[in-house]
Each structure stands twice: as C-alpha cells, then as structure tokens.
Design a protein around this ligand. Sequence first.
Ligand code: PLP
Length: 418
Amino acid sequence: MFKLKADEIDWRKPLTHDDILARLNTFSANTIDYRRDFILGFPTATPHDINVEVAQRFLLQHPNAIGLHTKRHEKQESEVGFTGAQQAEREVVYMVADVLGAQQNEVDGYLCTGATEGNIVGLWIARNRFGIDHTAVVASPLSHYSLTKALGLLNFPSASLRLTNFDENGHLAINTLRETLDECVNDGVENIVLFLNAGTTMLGSVDDVASINKIAAVYAREHGVNVHIHVDAAFGGMVAPFLDHLPHIGFKNNLVMSIAVDLHKAGKTPFGGGVILARKNLFANIETHAPYFPGNDHTLSGSRPGLIALQCWATMRAIGKDGYASRAHKLHTTTGAIRNFLEAHGFRCFVNDINVVAVIGEPPRSIQQKYIMHVQSNFPQSSQNAPSVATTVWNIVVMDHTANFLNEFFSDIKQVTQ
Ligand SMILES: Cc1ncc(COP(=O)(O)O)c(C=O)c1O
C-alpha cells in the first residue's frame, strides 16, 4: 500500500474507461482484502461468493426497499414495483427472527445500514413508547458508541443514561443491577430501557439476557415500572444463538422488545446488512406519514438498497441455518485454541463467550505492525473487575479468514515471547 495524494478534481469531462480502471486499481491497492491480508481484529469477513452473482443480476434493476415490509404482506403496504426485493427482505427478517427465537407473526423488521441505525431505531421505538421525562436508559460502559449517538439524536438528557457495572469478563453485572434500578426509581424514573450487549465490540462478551430479563420482570412488578430491553447483537446475533453454553439472547425473553443484528459482521453478507427487529406492531411508534406511497414509512432510512436484501437472502440461503451453526461451533473451538495458546505464552486474556479473544495490555510491536487489529486504550473500568484491571485491550476476532494465517500468527507469537 502507498499513500494516496489528495487530488485536485477536475471532473468536467468524463474519464476514459482505461483511466477509470487505472484509478480503481489504485483504490483497490489501498483497500485491505480479507482474502489476502492479515486481518486479525475486524469483526467482518469476505462476503459469500453468491453476492457477486446477485450484484450482477440485480444492480441495474436498481430495486428500492423503502418502507417496512413485514407489517402486512397480503396487500401492498409500501413502495410499488419492488415486490420481489420486498419479499426477499421479509424472508431475511424472518430468518434472523428464527435465529433469535421469534415466529414470523411475532416480529417486524427491516434491513438497515448496520447496528448503529438498528440501535438508534430500537431506542427511538422505546423513547416514543415511554417519552423522555421519566425514562432512564440503563447500559454497561462497554456498550458501543452508537448508544451515545442514539441518545443525542433522540434528545435524551445525559442524566437519562445510567451506567451499570460489568464483571471481570465484560458482562453487565447482574449482582448490582437492582441497585442501579433502585437509583433510577428513587429519582422518579417510571420507564427503564435496558440496553444489553450480545457481543461487546472488544471482548465479544454476551450479557446474560435471560437472567437480566428475569430480574427486570420481578423489579417491574414490584415497583410498577415499564421495561423495554433492547439487545445490541451486532456481532453476536449470528453466533451466540448457535452456542449452547450461552443463555438465550432473543425474543423468548418476554421483555426483549427490539434487537439489532449485523449480517455484514458474522453473517457473511456485504455491508448494509444490518437488521432491526422489534416485537409485532412496535414499529407503529415510529410511523411517519409518507404522502406518495401506500402504508406510510416505519423506518429511519427512506430509500434503501433492495440489492442488499437480495444479497442477504442469497447468502443466508446458501449457508443455511445448519451452516451458520456449524461455523459458529468451529470458530468458537478455534477461538478457545487461540486463547489457550496465548495464555500459555504469558498473555492475559478475557474468557471468551464467542469467537473473540480479547487480550489485556499492549500488543507486541511486531504483531501490531504486521496484523490489522483494534487496540483500545483507556478501556472502561468497573468496580466489579478490580482484580483484572485492563487499561489497554487488543483483540482477535476469529473469522473464516483467520485460518489462512493462524500458523504464521502462532509462530510470530512464539518468536516475540521467546
Ligand atoms: C457491539 C456493536 N454494536 C454496534 C456496532 C455498530 O455497527 P455498524 O458499524 O454496523 O453500524 C458495532 C460495530 O462494530 C458493534 O461492535
């Protein structure tokens, strides 16, 4: 890779085809490739090959997926002309719902840009259900920064955010949750939005949604408060439900009202494969009058790429539910092996729930230079995790491409620790 110059762009005349290809080659050379490079710490993978065919077939058809398509599908309820792409999207939503423990008639959903939008929409629904004045958003400090965006956009004052503790492996701390809820109620809060994580960005830690749901249900009964659980399952949504050792993160928990999942992370689809699901009819809370197409709009986006709906559909059908399950098991097993190896070579790791090994401290310089990874300094602290205080954390997100360089990574680690 080399440095790209900032160009003076004179684009009055069209470039020749050859010139366009030459520039595209430069852009390509300056863009990492999961099939070639040492991508250690990104939560994404090369999309399934079928996506090339789908793009070739549908790109020029230019389908628009605007609107929400699961509301009712016996009559036209959104933009006319795209019934095919809308059906593909509906099926994608229902396949993801199935992974998350919901029947088709129990949820609505749509494909969004990613979990950032999914989290915004989940909280938008919650805010419109409850209002702002007597509502608190309870979340772990390890939550993704899209939560901050959502709270700002939705006009929640900063005092609405109540941070919980997290345990030594990054789970929202169950043992002090009631204290946080008590603080809310003592301050006059009547509605609680619990923002939970199924795969925190750096640790991959999956909150015990089932136990938290139980605690919240008892608490709601005792104190007469309303609860909306939103699960940010950006990364874990297509992994955690397949791993038997993890408690259920989805809609079988009765207070889980909305879930954001990224198919473009663990689902092997191109970017733009976010899915936001909410219990049936909750999207009515964000209805916007759409004067020029039937049925109004129940999404944040406006025009949306129908192509991604078709690509997600084709990817999910090409892999199949069993395929995702066996892949999740395989990646999880490899993750355990990597953690054991690193611990045997003196690294301190968090216990992994899914296919992420999070390592405490700075990565060795040569590893950081060779491998593409995330290193987070100023890692949040919790009163719960004092024994394993981590100020800097780096991680290995174990994906399909990790196998390409795993032996090399092991020998690089051996070399730096000799
Ligand atoms: C836990 C979590 N939530 C939300 C997001 C945001 O996802 P996106 O970038 O697809 O909007 C990420 C991104 O890495 C994430 O790790």
